[in-house]
Ligand binder design. Structure first.
Ligand code: ZN
Length: 626
């Protein structure tokens, strides 16, 4: 029997349930009975226990307060010091989302404010934390979700129907699972993997190789086993373009299914995709997709918290875990065929903790096959201790500023930039040295997303943010810069630090700063992120004395430094220690996301050390999971 019918059979006959709907794997009952809406909590909890599904009870539109009156009631009920920024209504789902800078104040003691709103207006209120750092783009990204509530309801319902009602195979059919490598096989960039079972076609990541040219940028979506119209779901491990940058293109091609990721990943990947369009346009290239495609992508995101277990197809259940790499980055754990096989894809991950994030998760209920990255998989890919790198960065900044130079830090925008900001803030505060840190364009918006989701940060930073006035991202040393006019003022101004995208100098403002700063030996350039073969960053790092930027031949005379100890990736030792520490130890490891030599070296080493089966597949190969 269909799960929803089973639930309805158990609901009391006077409950007046007028309609039901799926919201992805969750089930919503709409009631016309005011008393049941207010007091039916215990009955619903019993149903949740029995059916092991999340069930929400909401009010039918006939008993709800008029939206305008409800808005007034919310404004009256929530104290002004909660600092409400927006109140958004989704009539098709009977939900009000209240965005506030102080969510705790908005919710009230033991949730009393929300309880009052619910009981008086018959709307279901949700409270979201709004970033204290103003960012128009992030506000717009979130608004996309609320503009078409009727569509959202239908979409979430269709996802639930696919999970619970539209089965393809019978119980007697053979179970199998395989993974096809559509990108990031023996290379870094364009991560994209197709997981297939009798009931599922799921894409894990959908990235773009920003350092490559032409068709080599894109994953192999022309592989014979990939059909966009058959795709059940996409799951994104984290926001970096090499994991999410091709996703809007799927929507351009007509994909309208769900995208599972964390809330922070959703916001950050939308922002990175918008920036990718800007960078293409600035380089006079035709962008791959438009902001309309990015909006479609946002509309189809279903966000999950770490450790939240969700069915996404009839035979795959997923759970996201902290990967320690960037804000919202996740391991994707797939429980296939009621426990027939447990497979986990790591995306990019970091075992050790950093200033911003806790180290990755290491304990899982079950695990047989792991597919892991190997960015730093070579035997000599050892990173110096983070403390040493921090000291060295401070030393470079101090010396450059003393000799009246400027420091350029090209950065990926997500993750390392904010780590570097925390470090510079600490240095300036403790040593009482005042110098401006210019945060260019998108890095600022990404920082706003960090501020909106402190729950993804480690305990230290989280407490500083919640503790009034100590939010390190709000330090006055940080100044926003966005236009080319402002950039000119920064370049003509006093000694400073500049944090700008992109990290590999493949486009974006970091390239423009380099163009102006390169021939002055007083200036410094610090690389902190991975440099892909062929990228301008890699060539400068390897010592090319002259490079072409736009139509200018630029002489590289500034001081060059590389600090890999601040990386969000695991070094070779951590990659090994991951297999050593992870519980339970997997039987098989599929090594991806590394240059050829690194994937092969790591695969052979893990096999010898831990006696597990390892494989380093090339693009377009498929592997049986069991
Ligand atoms: Zn990454």
């Amino acid at each position: 029997m269909v799960v929803i019918e089973g639930i309805l059979n158990k609901v009391p006959s006077d409950a007046q349930v007028t309609s039901t709907a799926y919201e992805g794997a969750n089930i919503v009952l709409y009631t016309k009975n005011k008393v049941f809406f207010k007091e039916g909590g215990d009955i619903i909890r019993a149903l949740v226990d029995e059916f092991k599904k999340r069930i929400d009870l909401r009010a039918d539109s006939h008993i709800r307060m008029d939206a305008e009156k409800a808005r007034e009631f919310v404004e009256k009920t929530i104290p002004a010091d909660a600092d409400i920024t927006q109140i958004l209504f989704e009539p098709a789902r009977s939900i009000i989302t209240i965005e506030a800078k102080k969510p705790g104040v908005a919710i009230g003691k033991d949730g009393e404010n929300l309880k009052r709103i619910k009981e008086e207006t018959f709307w279901t209120p949700l409270v979201r934390r709004e970033s204290v750092i103003p960012s128009k783009i992030t506000t717009n990204i979130r608004n996309v979700l609320f503009t078409d509530s009727e569509y959202r309801r239908k979409f979430l319902d269709s996802v639930g129907k696919r999970i619970y009602e539209l089965r393809k195979k019978s119980a007697d059919d053979e179970m199998w699972a395989r993974i096809s490598i559509l990108g990031a096989g023996r290379q870094v960039g364009r991560s994209c993997f197709l997981l297939q079972t009798p009931e599922s076609k799921i894409l894990l990541d959908c990235g773009i190789n920003v350092a490559a040219q032409g068709k080599y940028q894109f994953p192999y979506v022309n592989a014979p086993e990939f059909h966009i119209e058959d795709l059940d779901a996409v799951i994104i491990s984290h926001a970096h373009l090499d994991h999410s940058g091709f996703l809007p293109y799927l929507f351009k091609m007509g994909y309208r299914g769900p995208v599972y990721c964390t809330e922070a990943t959703r916001d950050a990947m939308a922002l990175l995709a918008l920036d990718y369009i800007d960078v293409a346009q600035a380089g006079l290239k035709q962008p791959l997709y438009s902001s309309t495609d990015i909006k479609e992508m946002i509309k189809h995101c279903i966000t999950l918290e770490y450790s939240e277990v969700t069915d996404i197809t009839p035979d795959v259940r997923i759970t996201l875990y902290n990967a320690g790499h960037i804000l919202g980055s996740s391991f994707i754990h797939c429980h296939i065929g009621e426990g027939w096989h447990n497979f986990m894809y790591t995306g990019d991950f970091k075992v050790k903790s950093s200033m911003l994030f806790d180290g990755c998760a290491l304990v899982f209920p079950r695990l047989e096959t792991v597919m892991m990255e190997s960015t730093y998989g070579l035997t000599d890919d050892m990173m110096p201790p983070r403390e040493d790198c921090e000291k060295q960065m401070i030393k470079i900044v101090k010396e450059t500023i003393q000799r009246k130079g400027k420091v350029l830090i090209p950065s990926l925008g997500v993750g390392r930039s904010q780590e570097i900001m925390l470090l510079l803030e600490k240095f300036s505060r403790e040593e009482k040295i005042d110098f401006p840190v210019w945060i260019d364009g998108m890095v600022w918006d990404i920082t706003a997303i960090h501020n909106a989701y402190p729950r993804f940060l480690n305990k230290d930073v989280r407490e500083k943010i919640f503790y009034e006035g100590k939010d390190p991202f709000l330090s006055p040393i940080f100044k926003q810069v966005g236009s080319s006019k402002e950039r000119k003022l920064v370049l003509e101004g006093p000694p400073c630090v500049i944090v700008a995208t992109s990290g590999m100098l493949t486009g974006g403002p970091s390239v423009q700063y380099l163009k102006e700063m390169a021939d002055n030996p007083k200036n410094s350039l610090i690389f902190t992120s991975y440099q892909s073969e062929g990228a301008l960053g890699s060539r400068v790092q390897k010592g090319e004395k002259e490079v072409q930027i736009d139509d200018t031949l630029v002489k590289i005379k500034l001081e060059l430094h590389t600090l890999y100890g601040l990386s969000g990736h695991s070094d070779r030792e951590e990659l090994g220690s991951f297999i050593q520490k992870v519980k339970p130890r997997p039987r098989k490891a599929i090594i991806v996301h590394g240059e050829s030599s690194k994937t092969l070296d790591l695969a052979s080493n893990l096999h010898k050390t831990f006696k597990i089966e390892t494989i380093a597949p090339r693009n377009l190969e498929s592997i049986r999971l069991r």
